[in-house]
Every structure is written in C-alpha cells, then in structure tokens.
Write a new protein. Structure first.
Length: 102
C-alpha cells in the first residue's frame, strides 16, 4: 500500500511539473508573440518614416534637376540667338545636299 501511495504521489508531482512546463511554454509563446508584434510595429514606423524621407529627397532632387536643365536650355537658346544667320550659305548647303554634292 505504501508503494502505491509513493507512486500516486510521484504521478501527482509529475502532473504538476507538466502543468508548470505547459504554463511556462504558454507564457513564453505569449511573450514571443508580443515581442514580434512590438518589433513589427517599430519596423513599420521606421520603414514609413524612411520612405517618406526618401520620397521628399527624390522630389527635391528632381526639382533641382529640372531647374538645372531649364537653365542650361535657356543658356543654349541665348547663345543661339546671338549667332548671325547666313541664310545664303544655308541655302547653298541644303541645295548641295539635295543635288548630291556633299
């Protein structure tokens, strides 16, 4: 009889240990899930902030490039406007091309 009491007691201890391990595993799973949730939220926030910053930089760079291109085009046009036109020479050159006298 005493042996059965000892075995019963050992089974109870094992059941309690199993319950403790199960509770600990559930708590660990919960903490891991909360940590992942927290890390995902931080990542999304940082990602969103970075995307916004990069889009702003890109828009500023594009604006600067357009302004630079317009300035260069304006300078080129101004340079062309001051060149004298020699319509006679132009006509002779075109005529030569059309007649095959390159």
């Amino acid at each position: 009889m005493e042996e059965q009491d000892v075995l019963r007691h050992l089974l109870e201890v094992e059941a309690e240990a199993t319950a403790l391990v199960d509770d600990a595993q559930a708590e660990a799973d919960h903490r891991i899930a909360e940590g992942e949730k927290h890390n995902r939220a931080r990542f999304e926030e940082q990602h969103s902030r970075l995307i916004t910053e990069l889009e702003q930089r890109s828009a500023q760079a594009l604006t600067r490039l357009k302004e630079d291109a317009q300035r260069e085009l304006d300078a080129y046009r101004a340079g062309l406007e001051i060149l004298p036109l020699d319509l006679g020479a132009f006509g002779r050159t075109v005529d030569g091309f059309l007649r095959g006298k390159r």
